[in-house]
Design a protein around this ligand. Sequence first.
Ligand code: AHR
Length: 961
Amino acid sequence: MQHRARPILLVLALAAGLTAGPATPAAAAPTAFLTVDAGHTTAAVNSTQFGHIVEDINHSVEGGLNANVVRNANLKENGISSWSLLTSGGGSGSVALDTGGGLNAANPNSLRLTIGADGAGQRVGAANAGFYGVGVRPSAMYQVSFFARADQAFGPVTVSLESTGGTVYASAQVGTVGTGWARYTATLTTPASAPTSTANRFVISANGTGAGRTLWLTVVQCNAPTFAASGNIRADLQQKLADTNPGFIRVPGGNYLEGAVLANRFAWKNTIGPVEQRAGHQNDAWGYWSTDHFGLLNYLLMAEQAGAEPLLGVFAGYTLNGSVTPQNQLAPFVQEALDEIEYITGSTSTTWGARRAADGHPAPFPLRYVEIGNEDWFDGSGSYNSYRYPMFYDAIKAAYPQLQIVASMPVTSRPMDVIDDHYYNGDPAGIAGLATRYDSADRNGPKVLVGEYGVTNGSSANPTGTLSGAIGEAAFMTGMLRNADLVMGAAYAPALTSVDNWQWSSNLIGFNAVSSYGSPSYHVQKMFGTLLGDHVVPVGLTGAPADLRAVATRTTSGTLYVTVVNSTAAAIETQLTINGASSVGGTATVTTLTGDPNARNSITAPNTIAPTTTSAAVGASFVRTFPANSVVVLTLTTTGAATPLLAVGKGASLRATTPGYTDRSVRHSGGVAVTSVLTAASAAADKKNGSFLVRAGLAGTGCYSLESRDNPGSYLRHYNYQVRLAANDGTAQFAADATFCAADGNSGQGISLRSYNFPTRYLRHYNSQVWIASNGGTLPSDATANWAQDTTWRLGSAWWRSDANVTSGSYQSLQATTPGYTDRYVRHQAYVGYTAQITSGSSATDKQDATFRIVTGLADNSCYSFESRNFPGYYLRHSDYRIRLDAYAATPLYAADATFCAQPGNSGTGLSWQSYNFANRYLRHYNSEVWVGSNGGSLAADATANFAPDTSWLTASPWAP
Ligand code: AHR
């Protein structure tokens, strides 16, 4: 393997468990109960939920996706390796590397074919052995192109595809080769009788026409059938990628992006334009030559043709040998990244957008995510946090504020929109154990990209993994999908491998020169990627071993996908209950992946492990046996709408449903939970303590914890069965006591919240107190009367307003989101609020005027105030609805005017800042001024046009940190 050392834990994990033991006989099956709440949704499934990473590892590209079957096409890989002299009938000659008189500066090398005897019936040529053979298929068309010159014009020259034994499957003649370099083309079509085979060669020869002549060849291509007209992408491999319905493809790596040394990074500008102008580079990340014929545009086309968006990794000044670009030399690489983004997204009136159009793709590509570097935790110098990430972040955000920046390791110097987590483990259980990894992860931080993961249990003979590995990955995927509010995407890695030469032990798709297969992991990816709804719905699993995992999604139109992963060696009979649907169709489609857990697929046995599709009679309640070692997706048809349930990271209130008490909400008072009447007119303090921030359960899979809105860090928890508010002490006991699992309401409406560690007990109001109660226990609060109604709650929006969290104490700039104005930031000028264009070239004063410290609200600790960067002690406040910068005054009016409550952006983007004392008014830019505007009031700044975008702001990195 040529890859660099992985962190110690990972190495240990890789070393462990490379093989799983033999299947054990099925034990007595436990009985499990799986409840699916089709009537509620939790997180929205991201369009990028499941995708791929494609880089040139394992010949994924050279000899893989790049359709050219010719290896060492421009004679830069180890002399004339892959080329040899071919003669027959008494012809004679020699082949050698020529490094002079080449095609151009990028391609100075050529293959020199010196022809001796070449009379009638004789043949002298150069044969190329391809990438571990040359793939030949029946009835297939190959497009040939090469550059050639001769010492004296002669011809014709013959190109052919033939077996290594000399059986010619297709040949064509190209005309006379002249003395100057020129491009020659031909089409080779194989007959229907040609065998699908790899023991073949590609030949350029003089067949009795070249005696005494010398022929030079370079940039030789013989392109196998491609997926589409553009991109030159090998059809079967691209088809396999597309068949998984990927939401994104992370390109171009991975280690390949970085290179072992600077000169061998992915220098994207060298990979575009005519292939004969590309010099290629040593792929020293993975140990073979890259022609760069599959360049940036090809990667983008691959994503486009697979129906995915590209997730771009940009080189960020760190290479695999540990070299770090010094700060004073990094700017050109930042510019290189900006140019790359312009190439991908710019209009044709931009320099690089025009280049893209010239290269054949006038339309910009969609791009939302840009990752700075790759696995920069390997850089022990701290440069990523201290200057590399900041320099890229600032420049990209300034030029492209709409882009989401992915950090390859945690940083503190700048915000992270997304953090890229990688997980490899030789033990399927190690990856399966990550299924709960994100259940209680912080929702205030960045989103998560699991940019690489996989069970690394390939064998020395087969670079693709076992079914048990695939099941481990499926288990992890249930957790990533359940946490779709946090995990925006995930990619198994690596996606492709040659079965003849690989550097990574376990990969998704195996291929040789002519055919390919999907590993069990591939089928898991395809099942998750294609049998996927648009929202996650809650599931509850009881009575099951921990190794049975489930997740469910549904579409708006009612298709329900229930995915069950059984990692155990026993079949598990499970009672399924589909709640919350008006009707459940009588038949489900059952897609099942199962078999010998140690089995793999291969080129010769591609379908040893493959999904089967059957149908089954189902209803609102039915029993299903999930086979040992299986991944099963049930596709059901339901009717009835779904409503959102407890959105993690958002505010909520719990309102009683018991007749006669429906004006009551749960709030805390004096450290215990109570129910009391709350209305819009209630005192602010009461509304605040009746508002909770929904957190992923501190303890439990798919469950929730309710954090106090006015006592951050304190949660509702039960203690001696009574529910109280207490500070999280970090213990497992607290986590369990503070975790509740949502289920359909016990009374048939609303929701019920089941105690995580006392599953028969539900959150109940009883005599104005709140308990966890069982139906008919020994406590007064266990009374059976009204139990169902008392334990059923209506989920309300938070009584209090700040619905989004912002890091208090940080310097930020507020960036407009209105299309056409995204280069504007809130700034004060002569003590009045404006929006102004701020760029990296702006004056220091302008940058300071556009920077604020976001502090705890002067009037309310769940809201925020904005303190000027260059006038500490001065805050943004409204006065006559106009925003001004005024010195702090210790009056309630000043505090209220200077306090703003963060809400999810009115336009769906960023945040909206609601005035603390004028709840219908939001921080708004209007004609370059900043106001608190309402949607349709009497002021000009209350105009309804553009209200939502004008009142939605990005909290951008500070112009003056
Ligand atoms: O996926 C294989 C390699 O693993 C990637 O190139 C790199 O990012 C990681 O170390």
